[in-house]
Design a protein around this ligand. Structure first.
Ligand code: NM2
Ligand code: OGA
Ligand code: ZN
Length: 382
């Protein structure tokens, strides 16, 4: 880890400084150049924040209209001290801080973490850990959580096959998200099911609770008792399918990002949950940010008449990619196995099952909590 610190330090060495009144340009020892607008620096000056929590003490509305740079000099230990106009405020920025927040295209690209897309080949090397390891926390927990961040999927084996353990696993990294199905739910085949999940039928690959806004971001399923026959679990990387669609049929991809699909789940007199969202959601830079797909709960599409047929062409193509035998991974959970999916990326399904009292317990959680825990663990082990 020493080398990493040294690397970070050397790349953040300021080799040159220039300013034109409106912006500061830093030339780094590795040749990169980064431009920082005066107002951005002023807004981010360290003493504009409250010491203990780092929260900003002023509002943007209070900033003067014209903020400029009067001077910028290199001061002790690689810091850049800037004096602002009109009021002569000075602020010192650490070189490492400037580099970590630099806005040149290369620096911005480095901060984006690309998901590691996968297809059926993942089966040969399933991201997994044992409960005994991760329950200790620290690096083992961080490694398991990093699979969820990077692959959108991870297995956990050796979880005691006891009721409620699925919530205990969530408590290792975050908080249970309670829903109309309870804090946790039993996935068993029952006489009067209120959801196809509570039958022995096969379930196509799907996002859970697409009729919620926000959708639960993480789903965990823990096997207490395996079926004697069938019931295999299936997962597929929705981001991989979306990228294939973008490449193979760009117009279809475009349609799925531009029109919202309504989803609905009704239990008469109990709930009428409705949410509408695109099947493929993009972020501001055009990267796929979320996938939402659930044939069972899709309500009748509410689309301009002329879009209906092309939309179905796109929807069907996407549905086929999400069930492509070469893209899916299937496995058979035994008692004590658990899997977690990023419910906005990886879809899950199951094969039908016949004999045996198969019993899974499931629960939901939010992903920002998991990512927060992961950052804290990674920071502690850097
Ligand atoms: N259950 C298992 O989101 C769905 O409707 C899929 C969810 C009922 C909590 C099933
Ligand atoms: C679910 C579900 C899969 C299974 O409960 O949401 O998809 O294997 N279950 O029973
Ligand atoms: Zn499900």
């Amino acid at each position: 880890m020493q080398t990493r610190v040294a690397e970070t330090a050397s790349r953040a060495v300021v080799a040159g400084l220039a300013h034109d009144g409106e912006a500061l340009t830093v030339t780094w020892a590795d040749g990169r150049e980064s431009r920082f607008a005066a107002i951005w620096l002023f807004d981010n000056r360290p003493d504009g924040r409250h010491g203990p929590d780092g929260q900003r003490l002023f509002d943007v509305a209070e900033l003067p209209d014209e903020i400029g740079i009067a001077s910028a000099v290199l001061t002790g230990a690689g810091a850049v001290t800037v004096t602002f106009t009109p009021d002569g405020t000075t602020a010192a920025f650490a070189g490492t801080w400037l580099r970590d927040h630099a806005l040149d295209p290369a620096s911005r690209a480095e901060r984006r973490r690309a998901p590691r897309l996968w297809g059926g080949e993942l089966a040969a090397d399933l991201p997994a850990a044992t409960y005994a390891e991760v329950v200790k926390g620290g690096q083992a927990l961080a490694r398991w959580l990093a699979h969820v961040r990077d692959r959108g999927f991870a297995l956990l084996t050796g979880v005691p096959a006891e009721e409620g353990m699925v919530c205990r696993v969530i408590e290792l990294f975050g908080y249970v998200r309670e829903t109309n199905y309870g804090r946790l739910f039993d996935v068993v085949s029952v006489e009067a099911p209120n959801n196809l999940a509570y039958t022995g039928l096969a379930l196509g690959n799907h996002t859970d609770n697409p009729y919620r806004d926000p959708v639960p971001q993480l789903q965990l399923l823990h096997c207490l008792r395996a079926a004697e026959e069938g019931g295999d679990s299936i997962v597929v990387d929705g981001f991989y399918a979306a990228e294939r669609l973008r490449r193979e049929a760009p117009e279809d991809f475009d349609l799925l990002t531009r029109y919202a699909v309504p989803f609905r789940y009704v239990e008469r007199g109990v709930v009428d949950l409705q949410a509408a969202a695109p099947l493929i959601e993009l972020d501001c830079e055009g990267a796929v940010r979320a996938v939402r797909y659930n044939n069972r709960s899709a309500a009748p599409f509410d689309l301009p008449e002329e879009v209906v047929q092309p939309f179905y062409r796109a929807y069907r193509r996407f549905g086929r990619l999400l069930h492509d035998p070469a893209a899916i991974v299937s496995f058979r959970m035994q008692a004590g196995d658990l899997f977690i999916v990023d419910n906005q990326r990886v879809l899950h399904g199951r094969r039908g099952f016949g004999r045996g009292r198969r019993h899974l317990q499931g629960a939901y959680a939010d992903k920002d909590g998991l990512l927060s825990k992961l950052r804290v663990l990674e920071e502690a082990h850097r």
